[in-house]
Write a protein that binds this ligand. Sequence first.
Ligand SMILES: NC(=O)C1=CN([C@@H]2O[C@H](COP(=O)(O)OP(=O)(O)OC[C@H]3O[C@@H](n4cnc5c(N)ncnc54)[C@H](OP(=O)(O)O)[C@@H]3O)[C@@H](O)[C@H]2O)[C@@H](O)CC1
Ligand SMILES: Nc1ncnc2c1ncn2[C@@H]1O[C@H](COP(=O)(O)OP(=O)(O)O)[C@@H](O)[C@H]1O
Ligand SMILES: [K+]
Length: 466
Amino acid sequence: MATLPESALMQRAAAGLAAVCARVLGGPYGSRVVLLVGGGDNGGDALWAGARLAHRGASVDAVLLRHDRVHPAGLAAFRRAGGRVVSSADVPLTPETQRAIARADLVLDGMLGIGGRGGLRDDAARLADAAAAEAGLVVAVDLPSGVEPDTAELTGPHVRADVTVTFGTHKLAILADPAAQVAGHVEFVDIGLAPYLPEPVAGMLEPVDVAEMLPAPERNSDKYRRGVLGLLAGSAQFRGAAVLAAGGAAEGGAGMVRFVGPDEVATQVLNRWPEVVTSADVADTGRVQAWAVGSGLGDGRAAEVAAVLDTGLPVLVDADGLRHLPETLDGRALLTPHAGELARMMDADRGDVEAHRLRYVQAAARRWNATVLLKGSTTLVAAPDGRIRVNPTGTPALATAGSGDVLSGLAGALLATGMEPFDAGSAAAYIHGLAGQAAAEGSGLPSASAVLDALPAVLAALHSAR
Ligand SMILES: NC(=O)C1=CN([C@@H]2O[C@H](COP(=O)(O)OP(=O)(O)OC[C@H]3O[C@@H](n4cnc5c(N)ncnc54)[C@H](OP(=O)(O)O)[C@@H]3O)[C@@H](O)[C@H]2O)[C@@H](O)CC1
Ligand SMILES: Nc1ncnc2c1ncn2[C@@H]1O[C@H](COP(=O)(O)OP(=O)(O)O)[C@@H](O)[C@H]1O
Ligand SMILES: [K+]
């Protein structure tokens, strides 16, 4: 801000914001827009954007949360453009305000941005409720007001947006749950901050990042160089888990899969994946570069899990394997719990984990000195050194029995290629999410087998993006 003329950044933000509003309105002319305006710069953005929409023929009303504190230049520009203030001093929700919100095609939420903490206070919360109940579209300025910008938590009343227009950089609150669930569709407006931003707290992979991480088979490669995965999964009770995890690994690029388990399970794995090699116990398994253990393992396999952990090789631990973790894992492990499993590991309540996903995944990564991939509506991956990635792909359609088993095989295969656990976990989540999306396009609510079937095409597309 110091290098630019007064309010230049706000102008850029407001121009982008107004453009998105105009687009979602299908053209501003003749539309009704209501601005919810807080006392800070977030309110300033809304007022400047409102002025632009008024210039283009929208009828724009502003509801001021605080008459004594409102962005002065924004308010002046808004008034000059023909905008009206409909609230009376310090009573934001008058009957007139309520009517205006009920008639609005679009409500622009400029109550709180990155300065907000602790959820919406009373008046603001009532406006958010009115907008949710009555208005057409709700567009949030920078963030849905009331969410915690830096932790993505919901600590009190908040806005539910259909669209969020965010400026300069993505905030964690619009990427990670639970806050991301109330951000709706996210639009990014570049206001030129990139050269000035510090290291981000969290990263998000793009297709080219994943493509570059994946090892390409080289002319002189052989199955051992591509990576052999040892797989300890499935049980008499959960045979399918072994089949799906083996498939995730085989389709995910493993040079070879060595499966360990009882004959009845091994037979089924071989029926579906004849390329897999099987053995009855961990000690008899030939050379592998990494292990994946736990999917569908059931109870009472602690000794086998311990034998795998004792090999000292990179290891993915999923599902029932997570019941048998040692005190610490010296950085080579990738743990893949869902919220219920993480709650059990941390002796916490599942709801508390869901409400503080970022905090719990980081705490678990530190506690076990392991990379932790927390599954769910937005998958988070935390490394023991504090790095975080938020996975941008996926679909609620992945919430189907067995899709986690496919992920464990796939991530295990990537570990076996020599990728570090943080990259293997985040790339696997990314690819798995794309496969889920592709499968959902085909059938709406795909099975885990359909997700598996979608893997080769997704990987081929990524390889060609390189
Ligand atoms: N940075 C940039 O480069 C650019 C930033 N830009 C924009 O600025 C926004 C940040 O603006 P900001 O810093 O003025 O804070 P903002 O979010 O408007 O909150 C302000 C006031 O709200 C209050 N308040 C706090 N919690 C509350 C609660 N729970 N319930 C009720 N009130 C609460 C608190 O005052 P308090 O009453 O607590 O004294 C606080 O002072 C950013 O999100 C983006 O939109 C763009 O223009 C582009 C360039
Ligand atoms: N609401 C959701 N939106 C997107 N992905 C989800 C959602 N719920 C679960 N998933 C994903 O679906 C998979 C389910 O894995 P998991 O819980 O281990 O199931 P299972 O053990 O039945 O295979 C994970 O990759 C998870 O991230
Ligand atoms: K906002």
